[in-house]
Ligand binder design. Structure first.
Ligand code: SAH
Length: 252
């Protein structure tokens, strides 16, 4: 059986308990390269076969899994953050189905959650934004035209941009073209939750210059939106004394 496991954003103690237990019993671990903290591999039992998928094709990953199946041991496929965003897991799940190999999926803490924690930020502030757009710039992997960054920017929602730290000039230009005012707060979060984490708070207008000055070109997220500003939000209804909920009677 294959267990897809979310490794979390970096800090080894942000792995789930279920993920830890699966790593400890695995006979084969295939981990997603440098974005997975090597400290997690220390949980592997003696004799566990360990592969770095950064050096492998999908076909080679499947071969390693089949070898483990033949030996009667479970495989952990360890992906950074949560497997469900930019994890390339669906093609693996479908291929395993085709081979008749059982699998399950254990979530992890995505880096966009790690980045918000590092900044002490909440994406969904009442009166500011109630939506989070997770996206990327087109690189060698295309993005559908209807989802181009400028089109998404028109919503001026809270936004998290993955896989684009090497293209900050284009990110900035598209955010401005889409309609974020230049003074909109933004942040670059490099290696959230790792010891070498770096936070750069800036605005859309100086995003590219600040990123270049900090030398950030990869393993970073771009966060954009008024949720990163100071104040300007409404307090929650849920905890408002005047608001009645199913669990509490409101008093004016
Ligand atoms: N599944 C992962 C994302 C994999 S795509 C997740 O849920 O986080 C790889 C991209 O994720 C990187 O290029 C970077 O944009 C982002 N990323 C992954 N880990 C990160 C971290 N600790 N800090 C900042 N960005 C990170």
């Amino acid at each position: 059986m294959v267990h897809f496991v979310g490794a979390g954003p970096g800090a080894p103690d942000l792995l789930t308990l279920r993920g830890a237990a699966l790593l400890e019993q695995a006979g084969c671990i295939i981990y997603a390269g440098s974005l997975v903290n090597p400290a997690l591999l220390a949980r592997a039992k003696d004799g566990c076969a360990i592969y770095n998928s950064a050096e492998m094709t999908l076909e080679q990953v499947l071969e390693a899994v089949q070898k483990a199946e033949a030996a009667g041991v479970d495989t952990v496929r360890l992906h950074t953050g949560d497997p469900c965003v930019y994890g390339a897991v669906k093609e693996q799940m479908d291929a395993l189905d085709a081979l008749g190999i059982l699998w399950d999926d254990t979530p992890g803490v995505s880096s966009f959650c790690g980045a918000a924690a590092a900044l002490g930020a909440e994406y969904t502030l009442p009166g500011v934004s109630q939506s989070v757009i997770i996206t990327r710039l087109a690189g060698r992997t295309p993005v559908p035209q209807r989802e181009r960054l400028a089109a998404l920017a028109a919503h001026r929602a809270s936004m998290v941009i993955f896989l684009s730290a090497g293209m900050l000039e284009q990110v900035q230009a598209q955010l401005l073209a889409g309609g974020y005012p230049p003074e909109t707060p933004a942040a670059l979060v490099y290696k959230a939750t790792w010891p070498e984490e770096k936070l750069v708070r800036c605005t859309v207008a100086d995003l590219a210059a600040r990123g270049a000055a900090a030398g950030i070109r990869k393993t970073a997220l771009v966060l954009v939106g008024d949720f990163l500003g100071r104040g300007g939000y409404e307090r929650s209804k849920l905890y408002d004394p005047a608001f009645t909920t199913g669990y509490r009677e409101g008093r004016a």
